[in-house]
Design a protein around this ligand. Structure first.
Ligand SMILES: Cc1cc2nc3c(=O)[nH]c(=O)nc-3n(C[C@H](O)[C@H](O)[C@H](O)COP(=O)(O)OP(=O)(O)OC[C@H]3O[C@@H](n4cnc5c(N)ncnc54)[C@H](O)[C@@H]3O)c2cc1C
Length: 514
Protein backbone atom coordinates (compact mmCIF):
# COMPACT_ATOMS: atom_id res chain seq x y z
CA UNK A 1 0.00 0.00 0.00
CA UNK A 2 2.70 2.46 1.02
CA UNK A 3 4.70 1.55 -2.03
CA UNK A 4 1.68 2.34 -4.20
CA UNK A 5 0.77 5.49 -2.30
CA UNK A 6 4.20 7.09 -2.19
CA UNK A 7 4.77 7.78 -5.92
CA UNK A 8 1.29 9.33 -6.20
CA UNK A 9 1.97 11.58 -3.22
CA UNK A 10 5.31 12.52 -4.66
CA UNK A 11 3.76 13.50 -7.96
CA UNK A 12 1.11 15.54 -6.15
CA UNK A 13 3.79 17.19 -4.06
CA UNK A 14 5.79 18.07 -7.15
CA UNK A 15 2.72 19.48 -8.90
CA UNK A 16 1.96 21.58 -5.81
CA UNK A 17 5.50 22.91 -5.72
CA UNK A 18 5.44 23.74 -9.40
CA UNK A 19 2.14 25.57 -9.02
CA UNK A 20 3.29 27.54 -5.97
CA UNK A 21 6.64 28.52 -7.44
CA UNK A 22 5.31 28.82 -10.93
CA UNK A 23 4.79 32.59 -10.60
CA UNK A 24 8.20 33.51 -9.36
CA UNK A 25 9.68 30.67 -11.37
CA UNK A 26 13.10 32.24 -12.14
CA UNK A 27 15.30 30.05 -9.92
CA UNK A 28 13.20 26.98 -10.68
CA UNK A 29 13.27 27.54 -14.37
CA UNK A 30 17.02 28.14 -14.31
CA UNK A 31 17.49 24.72 -12.80
CA UNK A 32 15.63 23.37 -15.79
CA UNK A 33 18.10 24.93 -18.21
CA UNK A 34 18.32 28.07 -20.32
CA UNK A 35 15.15 27.43 -22.27
CA UNK A 36 12.87 28.40 -19.41
CA UNK A 37 14.80 31.49 -18.42
CA UNK A 38 13.41 34.93 -19.24
CA UNK A 39 16.56 36.54 -20.53
CA UNK A 40 16.81 40.32 -20.56
CA UNK A 41 18.25 40.13 -24.06
CA UNK A 42 15.16 38.37 -25.39
CA UNK A 43 13.48 40.35 -28.12
CA UNK A 44 10.43 38.11 -28.55
CA UNK A 45 7.77 40.31 -26.94
CA UNK A 46 6.53 38.68 -23.71
CA UNK A 47 2.80 39.31 -23.42
CA UNK A 48 0.35 38.63 -20.62
CA UNK A 49 -3.39 38.75 -20.21
CA UNK A 50 -2.98 42.39 -19.10
CA UNK A 51 -1.27 43.74 -22.19
CA UNK A 52 -2.06 41.20 -24.93
CA UNK A 53 -4.94 43.06 -26.61
CA UNK A 54 -3.52 46.56 -26.34
CA UNK A 55 0.02 45.62 -27.44
CA UNK A 56 -1.19 43.79 -30.51
CA UNK A 57 -3.73 46.46 -31.34
CA UNK A 58 -1.01 49.12 -31.34
CA UNK A 59 1.62 47.01 -33.14
CA UNK A 60 2.95 48.77 -36.26
CA UNK A 61 3.89 45.46 -37.93
CA UNK A 62 1.70 44.05 -40.70
CA UNK A 63 1.68 40.55 -39.21
CA UNK A 64 2.02 38.96 -35.79
CA UNK A 65 3.27 35.59 -34.68
CA UNK A 66 2.44 34.53 -31.13
CA UNK A 67 4.07 31.56 -29.48
CA UNK A 68 1.96 30.08 -26.70
CA UNK A 69 4.45 28.12 -24.62
CA UNK A 70 4.90 26.64 -21.20
CA UNK A 71 8.16 27.37 -19.48
CA UNK A 72 8.24 23.84 -18.04
CA UNK A 73 7.83 22.10 -21.36
CA UNK A 74 11.17 20.72 -22.65
CA UNK A 75 10.15 21.15 -26.31
CA UNK A 76 9.50 24.86 -25.63
CA UNK A 77 12.84 25.25 -23.90
CA UNK A 78 14.58 23.65 -26.86
CA UNK A 79 12.72 25.83 -29.33
CA UNK A 80 13.31 29.09 -27.43
CA UNK A 81 16.75 30.04 -28.88
CA UNK A 82 15.41 29.33 -32.37
CA UNK A 83 12.37 31.54 -31.82
CA UNK A 84 14.63 34.27 -30.45
CA UNK A 85 16.91 34.00 -33.49
CA UNK A 86 13.99 34.66 -35.82
CA UNK A 87 12.63 37.36 -33.48
CA UNK A 88 15.95 39.23 -33.72
CA UNK A 89 15.37 39.61 -37.46
CA UNK A 90 12.02 41.33 -36.96
CA UNK A 91 11.82 42.75 -33.42
CA UNK A 92 13.77 45.23 -31.36
CA UNK A 93 15.98 48.23 -32.09
CA UNK A 94 18.49 46.20 -34.14
CA UNK A 95 15.91 44.41 -36.27
CA UNK A 96 17.01 43.80 -39.84
CA UNK A 97 13.40 43.81 -41.08
CA UNK A 98 11.43 46.04 -38.71
CA UNK A 99 7.63 46.38 -38.80
CA UNK A 100 7.08 43.28 -40.92
CA UNK A 101 6.19 40.67 -38.32
CA UNK A 102 5.88 41.11 -34.57
CA UNK A 103 7.10 38.00 -32.75
CA UNK A 104 5.40 37.71 -29.38
CA UNK A 105 5.00 34.97 -26.79
CA UNK A 106 2.68 34.04 -23.96
CA UNK A 107 3.68 31.77 -21.09
CA UNK A 108 0.68 29.52 -20.45
CA UNK A 109 2.27 28.33 -17.18
CA UNK A 110 1.56 31.75 -15.68
CA UNK A 111 -1.76 31.62 -13.90
CA UNK A 112 -2.60 35.11 -15.10
CA UNK A 113 -2.43 33.85 -18.72
CA UNK A 114 -4.60 30.80 -18.34
CA UNK A 115 -7.78 32.42 -19.62
CA UNK A 116 -5.80 33.84 -22.52
CA UNK A 117 -4.46 30.41 -23.50
CA UNK A 118 -7.97 28.98 -23.21
CA UNK A 119 -9.30 31.81 -25.39
CA UNK A 120 -7.03 30.57 -28.20
CA UNK A 121 -7.73 26.87 -27.49
CA UNK A 122 -4.08 26.10 -26.83
CA UNK A 123 -3.95 22.34 -26.38
CA UNK A 124 -0.21 21.75 -26.67
CA UNK A 125 3.03 23.64 -26.40
CA UNK A 126 4.44 25.35 -28.26
CA UNK A 127 1.46 26.52 -30.30
CA UNK A 128 2.31 29.20 -32.85
CA UNK A 129 -0.49 31.41 -34.18
CA UNK A 130 -0.13 33.68 -37.19
CA UNK A 131 -2.53 36.51 -38.08
CA UNK A 132 -2.91 40.23 -38.48
CA UNK A 133 -2.08 41.86 -35.11
CA UNK A 134 -5.59 43.31 -34.83
CA UNK A 135 -7.19 39.91 -35.53
CA UNK A 136 -5.24 38.47 -32.61
CA UNK A 137 -5.93 41.47 -30.38
CA UNK A 138 -9.66 40.93 -30.39
CA UNK A 139 -9.79 37.34 -31.61
CA UNK A 140 -10.32 33.91 -30.14
CA UNK A 141 -10.60 30.47 -31.66
CA UNK A 142 -12.41 27.27 -30.95
CA UNK A 143 -10.50 24.89 -33.18
CA UNK A 144 -7.02 24.41 -34.61
CA UNK A 145 -8.45 24.89 -38.11
CA UNK A 146 -9.41 28.53 -37.59
CA UNK A 147 -9.14 30.31 -41.00
CA UNK A 148 -8.14 33.70 -39.54
CA UNK A 149 -5.81 32.66 -36.74
CA UNK A 150 -3.59 30.30 -38.62
CA UNK A 151 -1.73 27.65 -36.61
CA UNK A 152 1.82 27.09 -37.81
CA UNK A 153 2.46 23.35 -38.37
CA UNK A 154 4.70 21.58 -35.85
CA UNK A 155 7.37 20.83 -38.41
CA UNK A 156 7.79 24.55 -39.08
CA UNK A 157 8.36 25.13 -35.37
CA UNK A 158 11.30 22.75 -35.42
CA UNK A 159 14.12 25.27 -35.63
CA UNK A 160 14.93 28.85 -36.72
CA UNK A 161 15.46 27.88 -40.37
CA UNK A 162 12.19 25.98 -40.69
CA UNK A 163 10.28 28.83 -39.05
CA UNK A 164 11.85 31.49 -41.28
CA UNK A 165 11.15 29.31 -44.31
CA UNK A 166 7.48 29.14 -43.32
CA UNK A 167 7.33 32.93 -42.88
CA UNK A 168 9.02 33.48 -46.25
CA UNK A 169 6.52 31.21 -47.97
CA UNK A 170 3.61 32.88 -46.25
CA UNK A 171 4.81 36.40 -47.21
CA UNK A 172 6.35 35.49 -50.56
CA UNK A 173 9.68 36.92 -49.42
CA UNK A 174 13.23 35.66 -49.12
CA UNK A 175 14.42 36.95 -45.76
CA UNK A 176 17.61 35.24 -44.68
CA UNK A 177 19.81 35.33 -41.62
CA UNK A 178 22.78 35.94 -43.91
CA UNK A 179 21.32 39.02 -45.60
CA UNK A 180 20.36 40.44 -42.22
CA UNK A 181 23.74 42.14 -41.85
CA UNK A 182 23.37 43.74 -45.25
CA UNK A 183 19.90 44.84 -44.24
CA UNK A 184 21.26 46.26 -41.00
CA UNK A 185 23.66 48.42 -42.97
CA UNK A 186 20.73 49.49 -45.08
CA UNK A 187 18.82 50.31 -41.89
CA UNK A 188 21.73 52.52 -40.85
CA UNK A 189 21.50 54.29 -44.19
CA UNK A 190 17.75 54.59 -43.65
CA UNK A 191 18.67 56.15 -40.32
CA UNK A 192 20.80 58.64 -42.22
CA UNK A 193 17.95 59.29 -44.64
CA UNK A 194 15.66 59.79 -41.66
CA UNK A 195 18.04 62.32 -40.17
CA UNK A 196 18.11 64.07 -43.53
CA UNK A 197 14.31 64.21 -43.40
CA UNK A 198 14.53 65.84 -39.98
CA UNK A 199 16.41 68.67 -41.66
CA UNK A 200 14.11 68.68 -44.68
CA UNK A 201 11.12 69.90 -42.66
CA UNK A 202 12.66 73.36 -43.09
CA UNK A 203 12.76 72.86 -46.86
CA UNK A 204 9.13 71.79 -46.85
CA UNK A 205 8.19 74.98 -45.00
CA UNK A 206 10.33 77.08 -47.33
CA UNK A 207 8.79 75.47 -50.44
CA UNK A 208 5.27 76.02 -49.04
CA UNK A 209 6.00 79.69 -48.38
CA UNK A 210 7.56 80.14 -51.82
CA UNK A 211 4.61 78.38 -53.48
CA UNK A 212 2.22 80.78 -51.74
CA UNK A 213 4.26 83.78 -52.86
CA UNK A 214 4.53 82.48 -56.44
CA UNK A 215 0.79 81.86 -56.71
CA UNK A 216 -0.15 85.33 -55.52
CA UNK A 217 2.40 87.14 -57.64
CA UNK A 218 1.46 85.36 -60.86
CA UNK A 219 0.75 88.06 -63.41
CA UNK A 220 -1.98 86.03 -65.08
CA UNK A 221 -3.78 85.09 -61.89
CA UNK A 222 -7.45 84.79 -62.73
CA UNK A 223 -10.58 83.48 -61.10
CA UNK A 224 -10.01 80.03 -62.62
CA UNK A 225 -7.10 79.71 -60.17
CA UNK A 226 -9.28 80.26 -57.13
CA UNK A 227 -10.55 76.69 -56.74
CA UNK A 228 -7.19 74.91 -57.12
CA UNK A 229 -5.71 77.48 -54.72
CA UNK A 230 -8.40 76.83 -52.10
CA UNK A 231 -8.11 73.08 -52.48
CA UNK A 232 -4.37 73.27 -52.05
CA UNK A 233 -4.81 75.29 -48.84
CA UNK A 234 -7.42 72.84 -47.57
CA UNK A 235 -4.99 69.99 -48.06
CA UNK A 236 -2.27 71.94 -46.21
CA UNK A 237 -4.56 72.89 -43.34
CA UNK A 238 -5.29 69.28 -42.55
CA UNK A 239 -2.13 67.42 -43.53
CA UNK A 240 0.89 69.74 -43.70
CA UNK A 241 3.56 68.23 -41.42
CA UNK A 242 4.41 71.65 -39.94
CA UNK A 243 1.99 73.08 -37.42
CA UNK A 244 2.75 76.68 -38.26
CA UNK A 245 2.03 76.04 -41.95
CA UNK A 246 -1.27 74.40 -40.99
CA UNK A 247 -2.13 77.44 -38.88
CA UNK A 248 -1.02 79.86 -41.62
CA UNK A 249 -3.06 78.07 -44.28
CA UNK A 250 -6.11 78.15 -42.04
CA UNK A 251 -5.71 81.91 -41.61
CA UNK A 252 -5.49 82.41 -45.38
CA UNK A 253 -8.59 80.28 -45.89
CA UNK A 254 -10.48 82.38 -43.37
CA UNK A 255 -9.62 85.55 -45.29
CA UNK A 256 -10.29 84.25 -48.76
CA UNK A 257 -13.99 85.02 -48.78
CA UNK A 258 -13.32 88.77 -48.35
CA UNK A 259 -10.04 89.07 -50.20
CA UNK A 260 -10.88 86.90 -53.16
CA UNK A 261 -14.64 86.41 -53.39
CA UNK A 262 -15.67 84.03 -56.12
CA UNK A 263 -18.43 81.91 -57.46
CA UNK A 264 -19.70 79.22 -55.14
CA UNK A 265 -18.04 75.95 -56.03
CA UNK A 266 -19.79 72.80 -55.01
CA UNK A 267 -17.69 70.03 -53.47
CA UNK A 268 -18.54 67.79 -56.39
CA UNK A 269 -17.40 70.16 -59.12
CA UNK A 270 -14.38 68.95 -60.99
CA UNK A 271 -11.90 71.77 -61.21
CA UNK A 272 -10.11 70.11 -64.13
CA UNK A 273 -13.11 70.60 -66.37
CA UNK A 274 -12.83 74.39 -66.06
CA UNK A 275 -16.24 74.98 -64.55
CA UNK A 276 -15.30 78.52 -63.61
CA UNK A 277 -15.27 80.31 -66.94
CA UNK A 278 -14.75 83.88 -65.86
CA UNK A 279 -11.22 85.14 -66.49
CA UNK A 280 -11.71 88.36 -64.53
CA UNK A 281 -9.95 88.49 -61.19
CA UNK A 282 -12.32 89.70 -58.49
CA UNK A 283 -11.29 91.04 -55.09
CA UNK A 284 -8.13 92.29 -53.42
CA UNK A 285 -5.50 89.56 -53.58
CA UNK A 286 -3.08 92.11 -52.08
CA UNK A 287 -4.71 91.44 -48.70
CA UNK A 288 -3.72 87.78 -49.01
CA UNK A 289 -0.16 88.76 -49.91
CA UNK A 290 0.17 90.39 -46.52
CA UNK A 291 -0.49 87.05 -44.81
CA UNK A 292 2.22 84.49 -44.11
CA UNK A 293 1.45 80.87 -44.80
CA UNK A 294 4.33 79.46 -42.73
CA UNK A 295 5.24 82.27 -40.35
CA UNK A 296 6.63 85.76 -40.87
CA UNK A 297 10.21 84.76 -41.57
CA UNK A 298 9.45 82.59 -44.58
CA UNK A 299 10.20 82.49 -47.42
CA UNK A 300 13.85 83.09 -46.59
CA UNK A 301 15.32 81.81 -49.88
CA UNK A 302 17.41 79.47 -47.75
CA UNK A 303 17.56 75.71 -48.34
CA UNK A 304 18.77 73.07 -45.91
CA UNK A 305 18.96 69.71 -47.68
CA UNK A 306 17.72 70.81 -51.10
CA UNK A 307 20.37 72.51 -53.19
CA UNK A 308 19.67 76.04 -54.36
CA UNK A 309 21.78 75.58 -57.50
CA UNK A 310 19.77 72.44 -58.26
CA UNK A 311 16.42 74.18 -58.05
CA UNK A 312 15.71 74.04 -54.33
CA UNK A 313 12.06 74.96 -54.85
CA UNK A 314 11.13 71.90 -56.93
CA UNK A 315 13.03 69.63 -54.54
CA UNK A 316 11.13 71.15 -51.58
CA UNK A 317 7.86 70.74 -53.47
CA UNK A 318 8.53 67.03 -54.03
CA UNK A 319 9.20 66.66 -50.29
CA UNK A 320 5.94 68.44 -49.53
CA UNK A 321 3.91 66.29 -51.94
CA UNK A 322 5.40 63.04 -50.60
CA UNK A 323 4.82 64.15 -47.00
CA UNK A 324 1.17 64.95 -47.80
CA UNK A 325 0.69 61.66 -49.65
CA UNK A 326 1.51 59.51 -46.62
CA UNK A 327 -0.73 61.56 -44.33
CA UNK A 328 -4.13 61.62 -46.01
CA UNK A 329 -6.84 59.13 -45.14
CA UNK A 330 -7.96 56.58 -47.71
CA UNK A 331 -11.18 58.46 -48.39
CA UNK A 332 -9.25 61.68 -49.10
CA UNK A 333 -6.61 60.13 -51.35
CA UNK A 334 -8.31 60.71 -54.71
CA UNK A 335 -9.09 64.33 -53.80
CA UNK A 336 -5.48 64.84 -52.67
CA UNK A 337 -4.21 63.47 -55.99
CA UNK A 338 -6.48 65.90 -57.87
CA UNK A 339 -5.29 68.75 -55.67
CA UNK A 340 -1.63 67.99 -56.36
CA UNK A 341 -2.34 67.71 -60.10
CA UNK A 342 -4.36 70.93 -59.91
CA UNK A 343 -1.43 72.66 -58.22
CA UNK A 344 1.08 71.51 -60.85
CA UNK A 345 -1.28 72.37 -63.72
CA UNK A 346 -2.03 75.86 -62.47
CA UNK A 347 0.94 77.00 -60.43
CA UNK A 348 4.09 75.10 -61.37
CA UNK A 349 5.97 77.52 -63.56
CA UNK A 350 7.89 75.08 -65.74
CA UNK A 351 6.01 74.37 -68.93
CA UNK A 352 7.85 71.16 -69.84
CA UNK A 353 7.60 69.74 -66.33
CA UNK A 354 3.91 70.56 -66.15
CA UNK A 355 3.17 69.00 -69.51
CA UNK A 356 5.05 65.80 -68.69
CA UNK A 357 3.56 65.50 -65.25
CA UNK A 358 -0.03 66.02 -66.42
CA UNK A 359 0.43 63.49 -69.22
CA UNK A 360 2.00 60.77 -67.11
CA UNK A 361 -0.55 61.15 -64.33
CA UNK A 362 -3.62 61.30 -66.56
CA UNK A 363 -4.91 57.88 -65.51
CA UNK A 364 -4.43 58.49 -61.78
CA UNK A 365 -8.09 59.42 -61.29
CA UNK A 366 -9.05 55.74 -61.60
CA UNK A 367 -6.12 54.15 -59.81
CA UNK A 368 -5.64 56.35 -56.75
CA UNK A 369 -8.20 55.21 -54.21
CA UNK A 370 -6.21 54.77 -51.01
CA UNK A 371 -3.30 56.40 -49.17
CA UNK A 372 -1.10 53.54 -50.35
CA UNK A 373 -1.97 54.01 -54.03
CA UNK A 374 -1.53 57.77 -53.68
CA UNK A 375 1.92 57.49 -52.07
CA UNK A 376 3.07 54.92 -54.64
CA UNK A 377 1.62 56.92 -57.55
CA UNK A 378 3.64 59.98 -56.53
CA UNK A 379 6.76 57.91 -55.89
CA UNK A 380 6.46 56.35 -59.39
CA UNK A 381 5.88 59.77 -60.98
CA UNK A 382 8.95 61.19 -59.23
CA UNK A 383 11.04 58.21 -60.37
CA UNK A 384 9.83 58.70 -63.91
CA UNK A 385 11.08 62.30 -63.79
CA UNK A 386 14.37 61.04 -62.27
CA UNK A 387 14.73 58.58 -65.13
CA UNK A 388 14.00 61.15 -67.80
CA UNK A 389 16.55 63.55 -66.32
CA UNK A 390 19.16 60.77 -65.97
CA UNK A 391 18.62 59.80 -69.63
CA UNK A 392 18.95 63.45 -70.68
CA UNK A 393 22.25 63.68 -68.78
CA UNK A 394 23.55 60.64 -70.66
CA UNK A 395 22.49 62.06 -74.03
CA UNK A 396 24.03 65.45 -73.20
CA UNK A 397 27.14 63.79 -71.72
CA UNK A 398 26.66 65.69 -68.48
CA UNK A 399 28.08 64.30 -65.24
CA UNK A 400 26.00 65.84 -62.46
CA UNK A 401 27.33 66.03 -58.89
CA UNK A 402 24.13 64.33 -57.70
CA UNK A 403 23.19 61.82 -60.43
CA UNK A 404 19.49 61.08 -60.73
CA UNK A 405 18.87 57.60 -59.35
CA UNK A 406 15.87 55.36 -59.12
CA UNK A 407 14.84 56.02 -55.55
CA UNK A 408 15.31 54.63 -52.93
CA UNK A 409 18.74 53.29 -53.91
CA UNK A 410 19.57 49.78 -52.75
CA UNK A 411 21.92 50.94 -50.00
CA UNK A 412 19.01 52.86 -48.48
CA UNK A 413 16.40 50.12 -48.66
CA UNK A 414 17.53 46.62 -49.61
CA UNK A 415 14.12 45.06 -49.09
CA UNK A 416 12.52 47.57 -51.50
CA UNK A 417 14.03 45.59 -54.38
CA UNK A 418 13.34 41.97 -55.11
CA UNK A 419 15.02 39.76 -57.71
CA UNK A 420 18.00 41.29 -59.41
CA UNK A 421 21.10 42.77 -57.91
CA UNK A 422 22.20 45.51 -60.25
CA UNK A 423 20.82 49.02 -60.20
CA UNK A 424 19.46 48.58 -63.73
CA UNK A 425 17.83 45.18 -63.47
CA UNK A 426 15.53 44.71 -60.56
CA UNK A 427 11.90 44.59 -59.61
CA UNK A 428 10.39 46.84 -56.95
CA UNK A 429 8.71 45.29 -53.94
CA UNK A 430 5.97 47.90 -53.62
CA UNK A 431 4.84 46.72 -50.17
CA UNK A 432 8.32 47.42 -48.87
CA UNK A 433 8.56 50.72 -50.77
CA UNK A 434 5.33 51.87 -49.16
CA UNK A 435 6.64 50.94 -45.69
CA UNK A 436 9.81 52.88 -46.49
CA UNK A 437 7.93 55.94 -47.77
CA UNK A 438 5.83 56.02 -44.61
CA UNK A 439 8.93 55.74 -42.47
CA UNK A 440 10.83 58.48 -44.29
CA UNK A 441 8.05 60.95 -45.05
CA UNK A 442 5.82 60.06 -42.10
CA UNK A 443 7.63 59.01 -38.93
CA UNK A 444 10.91 60.86 -39.57
CA UNK A 445 9.09 64.12 -40.23
CA UNK A 446 7.07 63.67 -37.05
CA UNK A 447 10.39 63.42 -35.20
CA UNK A 448 11.53 66.56 -37.02
CA UNK A 449 8.48 68.47 -35.92
CA UNK A 450 8.89 67.31 -32.31
CA UNK A 451 12.59 68.16 -32.30
CA UNK A 452 12.05 71.63 -33.68
CA UNK A 453 9.33 72.18 -31.07
CA UNK A 454 11.83 71.18 -28.37
CA UNK A 455 14.37 73.67 -29.74
CA UNK A 456 11.79 76.45 -29.54
CA UNK A 457 10.78 75.54 -25.99
CA UNK A 458 14.44 75.52 -24.93
CA UNK A 459 15.12 78.90 -26.47
CA UNK A 460 12.06 80.32 -24.72
CA UNK A 461 13.37 79.21 -21.33
CA UNK A 462 16.92 80.30 -21.94
CA UNK A 463 15.92 83.79 -22.98
CA UNK A 464 13.81 84.57 -19.94
CA UNK A 465 10.54 84.00 -21.67
CA UNK A 466 11.38 86.37 -24.47
CA UNK A 467 9.52 84.50 -27.13
CA UNK A 468 11.65 84.35 -30.18
CA UNK A 469 10.18 82.68 -33.18
CA UNK A 470 12.99 80.53 -34.46
CA UNK A 471 13.22 79.41 -38.03
CA UNK A 472 12.19 75.92 -37.05
CA UNK A 473 9.35 76.92 -34.78
CA UNK A 474 6.44 74.57 -35.21
CA UNK A 475 4.78 75.27 -31.93
CA UNK A 476 2.63 78.21 -32.98
CA UNK A 477 -0.77 77.76 -31.41
CA UNK A 478 -3.64 77.54 -33.86
CA UNK A 479 -6.00 80.46 -33.13
CA UNK A 480 -9.62 79.63 -32.33
CA UNK A 481 -10.90 80.97 -35.65
CA UNK A 482 -8.23 79.09 -37.53
CA UNK A 483 -9.09 75.93 -35.64
CA UNK A 484 -12.64 76.31 -36.91
CA UNK A 485 -11.16 76.81 -40.38
CA UNK A 486 -9.23 73.59 -39.97
CA UNK A 487 -12.34 71.73 -38.91
CA UNK A 488 -14.31 73.15 -41.83
CA UNK A 489 -11.53 72.43 -44.27
CA UNK A 490 -11.22 68.93 -42.92
CA UNK A 491 -14.88 68.35 -43.70
CA UNK A 492 -14.85 70.51 -46.81
CA UNK A 493 -12.22 68.25 -48.29
CA UNK A 494 -14.97 65.91 -49.29
CA UNK A 495 -18.23 64.75 -47.84
CA UNK A 496 -16.99 61.17 -47.97
CA UNK A 497 -13.86 62.10 -46.05
CA UNK A 498 -15.92 63.90 -43.44
CA UNK A 499 -18.28 60.96 -42.92
CA UNK A 500 -15.34 58.63 -42.76
CA UNK A 501 -13.64 60.79 -40.13
CA UNK A 502 -16.77 60.91 -37.99
CA UNK A 503 -17.11 57.15 -38.28
CA UNK A 504 -13.48 56.68 -37.23
CA UNK A 505 -14.00 58.95 -34.24
CA UNK A 506 -17.05 56.94 -33.18
CA UNK A 507 -15.12 53.70 -33.53
CA UNK A 508 -12.29 55.08 -31.42
CA UNK A 509 -14.74 56.09 -28.70
CA UNK A 510 -16.35 52.64 -28.82
CA UNK A 511 -12.94 51.00 -28.51
CA UNK A 512 -12.08 53.19 -25.52
CA UNK A 513 -15.30 52.18 -23.86
CA UNK A 514 -14.52 48.50 -24.46
C1 LIG B 1 5.87 67.81 -60.23
C2 LIG B 1 7.29 68.04 -60.71
C3 LIG B 1 7.64 67.72 -62.02
C4 LIG B 1 8.95 67.95 -62.48
N1 LIG B 1 9.26 67.67 -63.77
C5 LIG B 1 10.50 67.97 -64.25
C6 LIG B 1 10.84 67.77 -65.61
O1 LIG B 1 10.02 67.30 -66.39
N2 LIG B 1 12.09 68.14 -66.04
C7 LIG B 1 13.03 68.68 -65.17
O2 LIG B 1 14.13 69.00 -65.59
N3 LIG B 1 12.74 68.84 -63.86
C8 LIG B 1 11.51 68.52 -63.37
N4 LIG B 1 11.22 68.72 -62.06
C9 LIG B 1 12.30 69.10 -61.12
C10 LIG B 1 13.14 67.87 -60.73
O3 LIG B 1 12.32 66.74 -60.51
C11 LIG B 1 13.97 68.07 -59.46
O4 LIG B 1 13.14 68.52 -58.43
C12 LIG B 1 15.12 69.03 -59.62
O5 LIG B 1 15.93 68.62 -60.68
C13 LIG B 1 15.98 69.05 -58.32
O6 LIG B 1 16.48 67.75 -58.10
P1 LIG B 1 17.13 67.24 -56.75
O7 LIG B 1 18.38 66.52 -57.11
O8 LIG B 1 17.25 68.33 -55.77
O9 LIG B 1 16.14 66.11 -56.17
P2 LIG B 1 14.61 65.92 -56.42
O10 LIG B 1 14.36 65.07 -57.60
O11 LIG B 1 13.92 67.23 -56.39
O12 LIG B 1 14.19 65.06 -55.14
C14 LIG B 1 14.23 65.60 -53.81
C15 LIG B 1 14.45 64.47 -52.84
O13 LIG B 1 13.36 63.57 -52.91
C16 LIG B 1 13.80 62.22 -52.68
N5 LIG B 1 13.35 61.42 -53.81
C17 LIG B 1 13.92 61.24 -55.02
N6 LIG B 1 13.17 60.44 -55.79
C18 LIG B 1 12.08 60.10 -55.06
C19 LIG B 1 10.95 59.27 -55.30
N7 LIG B 1 10.77 58.63 -56.44
N8 LIG B 1 10.03 59.14 -54.31
C20 LIG B 1 10.19 59.75 -53.14
N9 LIG B 1 11.26 60.54 -52.85
C21 LIG B 1 12.19 60.72 -53.80
C22 LIG B 1 15.30 62.27 -52.54
O14 LIG B 1 15.62 62.27 -51.15
C23 LIG B 1 15.67 63.59 -53.15
O15 LIG B 1 16.83 64.14 -52.57
C24 LIG B 1 9.92 68.50 -61.58
C25 LIG B 1 9.57 68.81 -60.27
C26 LIG B 1 8.27 68.59 -59.83
C27 LIG B 1 7.89 68.94 -58.40
Amino acid sequence: MWVLWRPKKLVLFMVLLLTVYGHTGVSWSRSLGDGGKKDEKDVGLELTMDNFNTSLWAAPASWALVEFYNRWCPACQKFKPHYEKVARLFNGPDAAYPDVVLLAKVDCADEINQKLCQRFSVLRWPTLLWAKPTALAWGSRTSEQDPVLEQIPIKAAYNANSLLEWINKRLDRSYTFESANEQKQSAQTTGLASRQMVASIQDIEEATAQAYEIILTQKLLSSKHRTPFIRFLQLLVVHHPSKRCRAGSAEVLQNIKDAWPGEHVSEFDDHFTGIIQSEKLVGDVGALKRLHVCGEKLPSKHWTTCKAENNGYSCGLWYLFHALSVRVDDAESNGAMRTIRGFVENFFLCDDCREHFMKMSASAAETVTTRRTLALWLWRAHNEVNKRLADEDIVNKVQPSRPKLQWPPKRMCTSCRKHGDTDDEFEWDEDEVYIFLRKIYGDSLEVAVQESTKITTKSRHSENDKVEETLTNNSVAVPVGAAAGIAMASCGFGVAACCWRLQQKKRKQMRRRI
